[in-house]
Design a protein around this ligand. Structure first.
Ligand code: ADP
Ligand code: ZN
Ligand code: ZN
Length: 731
């Protein structure tokens, strides 16, 4: 029998199209757009999303496959998210099915039911209610349990914390207590919450709060540009309060490691309610639970990293993107989206205000603000008593360095330590040394899959390739000449830490990088210890630049940042300026004055000079001028077509063929094929084709056509290729 009803299904496959399936009669009534279905696809079974319900198909209805089953009894994607995800798939030139899959919690992606997780509870039976203390004289523990359950039923797991399983089993056996399953409605820990007194907003904060709150109910995008410690979070909190007062919800996006317990507790204290948290440390069950509760309107606040932008809400009233310049908002594989940019589109669709906050706005956002597309709010002073750190360059040309530090710098560090303060030293390289070299012949231990030097990790006694995670034991001898003296070249965090122990024996140091801070709790534990002044010297990488405040730090030293001044990536100086400003912003948060010193071989470099003397605000506006002259983003738009293969010429030929498909056209420039900045990685040769235009529309149209053509090219099946719209990274 031919089906009467047909559905177009979005499937998690790379092909940028929908697939038609027939609907068996039994499902005709129930099926709707936005629901999940199981279908067979080739030899596989896949979870797809119903995208269209229709009565015709271009395929032969006698041969069309039927959907196997309908998973949901209500759509998991409501119309607003459907609209958003359709835009996402078009904008990022990515298959709709894969885009939708990226927007789902893992459990739903795997086809598990969209049900609230059930939890085991215990309650009294009728018999149990009748029990009196005198009935269980010889078992006082049992009586305590009965008494507790007389007030209300309780989670089995919670009761097991106070009562042994023998006691629980005993009362169950007597038929006094029974188990039942129920939705996991978390018991609120805010029953005795009292509103805290909040600081009185200063003039600039008040202006910002008024501007944002008066836009509630309409679309407006604000750039809140405020130096670190100027009270941006305080502005968010006030704006959020106004949204909550209207019974609407707020989504707050934070960078990957920006979400600290301190931040969460600040929100909890202010609002006295549960906050949905979504980050890499949250397990699939809780993730689904947050997703469901936000969708039902049970959670007013959700704070999360990148992918939280896809969370469904019953009544979303505002989106906040904290540290909007942070690169972790850009997904670097699969659906290569930028959460900040999707946030702007979502706010526009929903007609709600949104706030992009940063001390160091990305050039793209800044340009939108300067152009009047976004409204620009500025906080120029530190809130409360704190003052801004003084910036200085330290010329190390011709100087003798000990563990990367000049003699003058060592003295300065000592002064700060002796005055009872903490010192933070930033170096953007983890491990002991970035290379291991033969003293005899110059041979360098290299990762064969990436042709880059291995990083030496002394603590773990291994060579580690930071590009592909290849790990090897440390060799005993040179593999070229057999010489037995191999020495580390250059310095990483481990070596610097070793050096600080030698140089400042009276002070405790701690290393904070992704090796030492593996696991979220470990990082937070280190932060706690630093707050208690158990460490006086802090050595670390980028992690130090993210969101955490160290009130006791009065001196910040940056080592080895010169490389970024001469990078082939046109965004390198922007990122360096953000990094320097963010790291410096960690210092002198309280009443102690702070200073930042940057050791450099290029003290005359105009970018460094501008940043040190005039600050990020000035630097960024000048950098925008440069981008404009160079016809680079944000003034021109880019799309990157990447290809990789174990054979360099296969990747290159594929991109050549793609290039030939593009007509010579006014307003569109094509660069490449060129090798990626990292030409070889994990044994794959990596090539790129850059498409660039002043017109976003023209570029999008060209790429859309090109991608369709590529899909039917025979060469396409021989390489791994992908499209990156608004690429942030050319490595
Ligand atoms: P940012 O988010 O810009 O780094 P915060 O909002 O965290 O800044 O504020 C920095 C510190 O200043 C916090 O301890 C905060 O409680 C305090 N603060 C913020 N606004 C005020 C204010 N108007 N008066 C006094 N203290 C304030
Ligand atoms: Zn050798
Ligand atoms: Zn490697």
């Amino acid at each position: 029998m031919t089906p009467k009803l047909i559905v177009s299904v979005a499937l998690p496959v790379p092909l940028r199209r929908l697939f038609d399936y027939g609907v068996a009669q039994e499902h005709e009534q129930a099926i709707r757009k936005g629901m999940r279905v199981w279908v067979s696809f080739g030899r596989r079974k896949l979870v797809g999303i119903v995208w269209e319900v229709k009565t015709h198909s271009d395929y032969d209805l006698n041969k069309i496959k039927l959907i196997e089953s309908v998973i949901d009894d209500a759509p998991i994607f409501e119309p607003d998210i459907q609209k958003l995800m359709f835009w996402v798939s078009q904008y990022y030139q990515h298959s709709l099915g894969e885009s939708l899959a990226a927007a789902m919690p893992a459990k739903l992606r795997k086809g598990e039911p969209n049900l609230a997780p059930k939890v085991k509870f215990l309650r009294l039976t009728e018999q149990g209610h009748a029990v009196e203390e005198s009935d269980v004289k010889r078992a006082p523990k049992q009586w305590l349990l009965i008494k507790e359950l007389k007030e209300q039923s309780a989670k089995r797991s919670a009761l097991s914390e106070h009562f042994s399983s023998a006691i629980i089993k005993a009362v169950e056996a007597k038929g006094w207590v029974e188990e039942f399953e129920c939705d996991d409605s978390p018991v609120s820990k805010f029953s005795d919450w009292e509103p805290e007194t909040k600081p009185k907003a200063n003039v600039e904060q008040s202006l910002a709060i008024t501007a944002i709150t008066s836009s509630i109910g309409e679309f407006a995008c604000f750039l809140l540009e405020g130096i670190t410690g100027s009270g941006k979070t305080e502005v968010y909190l006030n704006a959020i309060q106004s949204v909550l007062a209207k019974q609407e919800q707020v989504l707050i996006l934070v960078p990957e490691i920006g979400l600290t317990p301190q931040m969460v507790s600040r929100f909890e204290k202010r609002f006295g309610q549960d906050i949905g948290l979504l980050h890499s440390g949250i397990n699939d069950t809780i993730r689904l639970n947050v997703w469901q509760r936000a969708k039902k309107g049970e959670l007013s606040l959700v704070i999360g990293t990148r992918s939280a932008i896809f969370t469904p809400f019953k009544q979303l009233g505002m989106i906040i993107v904290d540290e909007e310049h942070d690169n972790s908002y850009k997904q670097q594989d699969g659906l290569r989206y930028h959460a900040r940019d999707i946030a702007v589109m979502r706010a526009r669709n929903n007609q709600i205000p949104m706030v992009l906050g940063s001390a160091t706005p990305s050039l793209q956002t800044l340009q939108n603000a300067l152009q009047g597309k976004y409204r620009h709010l500025q906080l120029r002073e530190r809130a409360g008593v704190a003052r801004k750190a003084k910036y200085n360059l330290h010329d190390i040309r011709g100087q003798q360095l000990t563990f990367g530090l000049s003699t003058g710098m060592i003295t300065r560090i000592k002064q700060h330590l002796d005055a009872g303060n903490q010192v933070m030293i930033f170096i953007n390289r983890r491990g002991y040394a970035p290379a291991l070299v033969c003293q005899q012949c110059g041979w360098v231990a290299e990762c064969p899959r990436c042709t880059r030097s291995f990083t030496l990790h002394r603590v773990q006694r291994k060579l580690h390739c930071h590009h592909c995670d290849n790990i090897k034991p440390v060799p005993q001898q040179c593999s070229d000449c057999g010489h037995q003296e191999l020495s580390p070249l250059g310095q990483g965090t481990e070596q610097l830490q070793e050096g600080l122990t030698q140089l400042f024996p009276g002070y405790q140091n701690v290393r904070i990088d992704s090796d030492s801070a593996r696991g979220k709790d470990k990082l937070n534990a280190m932060f706690e210890q630093i707050h208690k002044n158990e460490f006086q010297l802090l050595v670390g990488t980028q992690i130090l630049a993210k969101g955490h405040h160290f009130p006791r730090v009065t001196l910040v030293v940056l080592l080895d940042v010169d490389g970024a001044l001469f990078s082939a990536d046109f965004r390198a100086t922007e990122h360096l300026a953000q990094l320097i400003t963010q790291v410096a912003g960690r210092a002198g948060r309280a009443d102690r004055e702070g200073e930042m010193w940057l050791q450099t071989y290029h003290p005359d470099h105009p970018m460094l000079q501008d940043l040190i003397n005039n600050g990020y605000g000035h630097f960024s506006r000048l950098a925008l001028e440069e981008r404009k002259h160079a016809e680079l983003p944000p003034f021109h738009f880019q799309v990157l077509l990447r290809a990789q293969s174990t054979n360099a010429s296969v990747a290159s030929n594929f991109l050549m063929a793609a290039r030939r498909l593009l007509p010579q056209q006014e307003g569109l420039s094509v660069i490449g094929p060129l090798p990626a900045l990292m030409e070889k990685r994990q044994g794959q040769f990596r090539m790129q084709l850059i498409l660039q235009s002043r017109s976003r529309q023209l570029l999008q149209q060209r790429v859309a056509t090109l991608v369709t053509q590529i899909e039917s090219m025979p060469e396409a099946s021989k390489v791994r290729w992908s499209v990156d719209v608004d690429p942030q990274d050319f490595s």
